[in-house]
Design a protein around this ligand. Structure first.
Ligand code: ADP
Length: 324
């Protein structure tokens, strides 16, 4: 059995009047991977996702799925399915009928579509609530129904637009591990749009960072985090300091910065206890903000206080040079 299908974006562009929302994207997604599109609000993530789904017309370029150009096909014929942020469940239909809805549109007979809907409800652990209406469900339960409804068409690619943003923080973390598990079980590509770097790091095999309508960097999650190409990626993905060196800019991980007898002079701006570590914010004489994330035992052996002059040190080999 094959796992996953090729999805490719070729010179994909979206304009709304004079606004270029997506500019000439070229990207091949690894089949069967969990992909997160990450970037600030307005960078073009949703427009890209909606073009892949067929809910937004393409201005230029094309989308290939499993070798076929699907750019001009209606959403239901593309082999993709979309799960929306607000779930968009039909309020007057039961959970089971919501899940079976697209099969009904396709003319599938009642027994077959109920059987299939029941299988999907089983997959997302919602069988016991199949006869309820959406209003009688919690946010997390509604999300499971929306997932089952998107998956009932057996898509080759599942598209998720900020799927966790309507949930409270506790549920968000639980649902994200459920999404990841589901993707692994199904073996199809999930493309998940988020503006949360922690969400992207937790879920993604591949992270595609967008900024100003273009892909700023794409790669395995760990590579994007540890080796950001640009200052934008380094700052957006977090966990790094960006510092100016004579030859250009470089990053140093916050957990690689220590407070030492010798080193770069700086002043402590703030101290924040975080449990396992203590975040010591400093400012250097050249005006760079540098965060040192110190193990709590190390910090409390010689605590620092705001206003204090300190020296910052790191192993030069941990510096990562950024593209200009
Ligand atoms: P993101 O999902 O990253 O927040 P979007 O793809 O929604 O970004 O938007 C990208 C850009 O396109 C933004 O400047 C936004 O204002 C603009 N845009 C999005 N949808 C429309 C629309 N229907 N009409 C006009 N401009 C739009």
């Amino acid at each position: 059995m094959r796992t996953g299908y090729d999805l490719e974006l070729v010179h994909l562009t979206k304009r709304y009047g004079d606004t270029v929302a997506v500019r000439d994207l070229n990207h091949v997604f690894s089949p069967g991977s969990y992909v997160c599109f990450l970037g600030p609000s307005g960078c073009g993530k949703s427009s890209t996702l909606r073009m892949i789904a067929g809910h937004e017309e393409i201005s230029e370029g094309s989308i290939l799925l499993d070798g076929q150009d699907v750019s001009r096909l209606p959403p239901a014929q593309r082999g993709t399915a979309m799960m929306f942020q607000n779930y968009a469940l039909f309020p007057h239909l039961s959970v089971r009928d919501n899940v079976a809805f697209s099969l009904r549109m396709k003319g599938v007979d009642k027994d077959t579509r109920h059987k299939r809907a029941n299988e999907l409800l089983d997959l997302v652990d919602m069988t016991h609530l199949a006869d309820r209406l959406p209003a009688q469900l919690s946010g997390g339960q509604q999300q499971r129904v929306a997932l089952a409804r998107a998956l009932v068409t057996e898509p080759k690619v599942l598209l998720l637009d900020e799927p966790l943003s309507a949930l409270d923080p506790f549920l968000r973390i639980r649902m994200r591990s459920e999404l990841k598990k589901l993707q692994r079980e199904l073996g199809i590509t999930f493309i998940h749009v988020t503006h949360g770097q922690d969400e992207a790091l937790a879920l993604a095999d591949e992270i595609v960072v967008m900024n100003n309508a273009v892909i700023e960097q794409a790669g395995p999650a760990r590579e994007v985090w540890a080796q950001p190409d640009t200052e934008f990626v380094a700052r957006f993905i977090g966990g790094h300091n960006v510092i100016a060196l004579p030859g250009g800019k470089a990053t140093i991980r916050s957990d690689a910065v220590t407070i030492a007898p010798e080193g770069l002079p700086a002043t402590v701006i703030a101290v924040e206890y975080q449990g396992a570590s203590v975040a010591v914010s400093t400012r250097t004489e050249t005006g760079d903000d540098v965060l040192a994330l110190l193990p709590e035992e190390q910090f409390f052996a010689a605590p620092n206080t705001p206003g204090e002059s300190v020296r910052l040190a790191w192993d030069e080999r941990r510096l990562h040079h950024l593209r200009a």
